[in-house]
Structures are given as C-alpha cells and as structure tokens.
Design a protein around this ligand. Structure first.
Ligand SMILES: *Cc1c(COP(=O)(O)O)cnc(C)c1O
Length: 464
C-alpha cells in the first residue's frame, strides 16, 4: 500500500468515535445499536475500498453525517410497504396480488392476537381439525363433496400429483404445459412429484383421440391445466371437459383440473367472465378434483384450494407433503372471512371483485373528477381523461379485455412518463402508475378510497 493511501486510511473515523456522536443517539434508539453499527461498518468498508482503488472520498463530518443518515433512513423503510396501485392491473403479482376485504382483515387480526379454536373442538374439548370451516364453505359454494386448503395452488397441484399419481403416468395436452410467474412449470412440478408426464396432441390442437392413444396401463390421471397467462389463437381445438371426464371414467382414471385463477362463482350481474369457467362448473362437468389459488380472482389470502371427490381428498389429507403445505392460522381466518362474503353474495365487499366489476360510467366519472382536481393542483402539466386497457393480472384470464378509464399526464415540467413514474415511486407512499406513448397514465380502476387525494397531493407538491 503506498504512503498516500495509508495516510488517507488513517483519516477514516473509527466505529466507536462515530457511535459517540450525539446525532447517532436517536438512531440507536430507533433501530437498535447493532443495526446502526452494521450500517456504519458497511459504509466505512466502502470508503476504505474507494481509497484502496486510489480514489478520493469526502470525509468531512458534515458529509459523513448526511451519507450515514441517508443510509439509516433507508433502513427504516426496509419493510413491506404499502403502495398505491394506479396500474389498472387488479391482481398485480408484484404488488401482492389481491387485497383483502375488511371482514377478512379483521378475522386475520383476531386470529393473530388471540388463542383460537383452530384445532380444538369446543363441544367436547378434544382435538379438532384445522381448516374445517373454510373447507366446508368451499363445498357449499362449489358443490364439491370435499375440500382441502393448503399453502398455495402450486402446493395443491404438487400434493395432488404426489398423493394420487406418484410412479404413474399423467396425460397433459401439449397446449397446456404452462409456466406461470416464472416458477410454476407443469413439467417440473410433475417431475418433482414423482409422476411421469405424458404429452398428448400438439400445441394448438389436442383431440380426444390424442388422449385415448396416450393411455397405457401405467396411466392414472388426465390433467387439464387452465392456460392462465396466455392464449393460443387461430386454429385451435381441445376436447371439452365432459368428454375428458367420460374418457377418465371409462378407463378408470382420475380427471384432475388445475383451474389456476380460481373463479369461484360467476356473479350473474356482470358480463366480464364470458368464456371463463367457474369451479362449480368444472365439478358439475365431471372433474374429480380441482385446484385453484385463493389470492387471484377469488380475492382472498394466499392459499391453495383442492375441491373434489371425498375419496380422493381423503388420500391427500394423510399425505406427508400435506404437513409441509399447512396453512397459517391468520390465512385460514382471512379465507373464512372472504368465504362469508361469498356466501352472502356480497361481492362488492371483496376488493378484487369490486374492482373487476366496476362500470365504465363510474370509472369515467372518477377519472374526470381526478383530472379536474389535478389540473387545479398542478400548473404546467396537461391532464386528460382517456380510455385505458386494464387487466385482470396475476396470470388470470388473458382473454378477458378489461377496458377502463384513466388520467393521462403530458407536458409536465419535470419530464416524461419514465421520469414521473420514478418520482412517484420514490414517495413515502409510493404511487405505481402506467405509461403509454410517453404519457404517464393513472388508471382509476385499482385506486382505493382515499387514494385520489394522495395522487392529487403528489402532483401538488414540488418535485411531483
Ligand atoms: C397461478 C397458477 C398456479 C400457481 O398458483 P399459486 O397460488 O401462485 O401457487 C398454478 N396453476 C395455474 C394454472 C395458475 O394460474
């Protein structure tokens, strides 16, 4: 090490000196001394590396304090933070998928803060079965004989394949070998479960006879997978559910369906579900076992639901994989809360469903009101009411067009869409917006009560 670098190294303050500074006391109180030490240690190491690389760093106490306080401040924000969703994507996977209904939130809070009869039978004081209420609700709502709740839908599929098809062949259409969210791939889950994947048909066309031909004496199951996040267009065909169910019955096979997004019931007063199949229909049309997610369009917490024949579901209950997929009590409570709303048909109390069911008029009115308030609050920029393409999201219902309304922001003195998006993301309560043709777009469909005021505040303040 040359003399110059050695001399500079000596100027770096020691940890103890820093920790004695008066301005650090409130931070030590707030974050704990160990965390403050860790952050200081990382910064001091970074400065040493700068000097070792032959470069310079500003070691004035003022500069050091500003840098360190910025790092400490960043640490206070290191948690799952609420953000405001102005993207129009309702089940936004990166933003936590569905948000819960008030009733579900309250149920989760109560389960978290109290002992409960989670696995206790209050009638006779003996051990009870976890998840029983939510499972009973699923049976009532879908017409299934039996149901089982697990950690998520990927877990539900894994459990079904492990318990029902391990060491045997499972036939899947080539058009349904999907990957969802980069981590759920049918062939991989299949391999992990110990079942052997047999592909039938071609990507665009799979006929009943392709399934028939693929059946051997080792086959135990036909698996139908909902192509949640893509759509094959043009020349396509696949057998309908009843045909597959018949084939399975004739050959003594299990007919399983991974329904993915979990449209539990089709609310009759809303046309947006055209072409989508609800779980009740899957079961009525002959699926022996159906799995789906709780936090996609169902609008509940992260959960995986298995619904179907009692003999099959009973085989899942006792399987060792089941123990690893057990659902947390807060989640179970939130799920039950959501199910209560379904049973009352109070769909508008479930935020995901309410957002999906919003009318054009209500969104257009809201966008006009927001554009007006924004024009009053911020001078210089242009705010226009525009029709926007919203999305169900979460790898759900790719075929569903979801037209919405929004406010497009152009001619803003601070810059174009990319710059404004970054500024809005950097707020204490980050606002996540869309963009089109270099206009920032605020989609109103996914705004919550109170969000509008926050958006207006953001534009009224200097620096967006
Ligand atoms: C989303 C999805 C899954 C994975 O569900 P998670 O609840 O995210 O585990 C599996 N299969 C299909 C068809 C899906 O759409």
């Amino acid at each position: 090490m040359n003399e110059d670098i050695k001399r500079k190294m000596k100027l770096i303050p020691g940890m103890d000196t820093l920790l004695e500074k008066e301005w650090t006391a409130p931070w030590q109180e707030r974050l704990g001394r160990d965390t403050v030490k860790q952050i200081f240690g990382e910064e001091l190491a970074r400065i040493r590396n700068v000097f070792l690389a032959g470069e310079d760093a500003d070691l004035s106490p003022e500069n050091l304090r500003v840098t360190l306080e910025a790092l400490l401040e960043a640490q206070t924000r290191r948690r799952v933070r609420p953000v405001l969703n102005a993207t129009g994507v309702v089940v936004h996977t990166n933003l936590g998928r569905s948000i819960l209904a008030e009733e579900a939130v309250e149920a989760a809070r109560e389960a978290a803060a109290n002992y409960s009869d989670l696995e206790y039978n209050l009638n006779d004081g003996t051990r009870g079965r976890r998840g029983g209420n939510g499972e009973a609700d699923i049976c009532v709502l879908t017409g299934a004989e039996s149901a089982l709740l697990v950690n998520n839908n990927a877990g539900a599929v894994l459990l079904c394949l492990s318990a029902l098809a391990r060491g045997t062949e499972v036939i899947v259409s080539r058009g349904e070998l999907v990957e969802i969210g980069g981590s759920f791939r049918v062939p991989e889950i299949m391999e992990f479960s110990g079942a052997e994947l047999v592909e039938a048909g071609a990507t665009n066309i799979t006929r009943l006879r392709d399934y028939e031909r693929a059946v051997t004496e080792k086959t135990s199951m036909l698996l139908k997978v909902h192509p949640s996040n893509f759509r094959i267009e043009g020349f396509t065909a696949k057998p309908d559910r009843r045909e597959l169910a018949n084939l399975a019955r004739e050959r003594g096979l299990i007919f399983m369906e991974d329904a993915g997004s979990g449209l539990l019931v089709k609310p009759t007063d809303s046309g947006i579900w055209e072409g989508e199949t609800d779980v009740r229909t899957c079961i009525e049309e002959g699926a022996d076992i159906v799995t789906f997610s709780g936090d996609k369009i169902l609008g509940g917490p992260q959960i995986g639901v298995v619904a179907g024949k009692k003999t099959l579901v009973d085989r899942l209950r006792g399987h060792p994989v089941m123990r690893a997929l057990r659902v947390d009590k807060m989640t179970l409570a939130a799920f039950e809360g959501t199910m209560r709303l379904y049973r009352k048909k109070d769909y508008d109390a479930i935020p995901t469903l309410a957002m999906l069911r919003r009318t054009q008029e209500s969104m257009k009115t809201q966008a006009s009101r927001l554009a007006e308030k924004l024009s009053e609050a911020a001078s210089g920029a242009k705010f226009s009411v525009v029709p926007v393409p919203d999305a169900v999201g979460g790898g759900s219902c790719p075929a569903l067009p979801l037209p919405g309304w929004g406010v497009a922001v152009t001619d803003h003195p601070l810059g174009g869409a990319g710059r404004l998006q970054a500024l809005l993301r950097s707020r204490e309560l980050p606002i996540i917006c869309g963009a089109r043709d270099d206009a920032l777009v605020i989609h109103v469909r996914t705004l919550r009560p109170g969000d509008e005021a926050e958006v207006v505040r953001a534009f009224a303040e200097p620096g967006a």
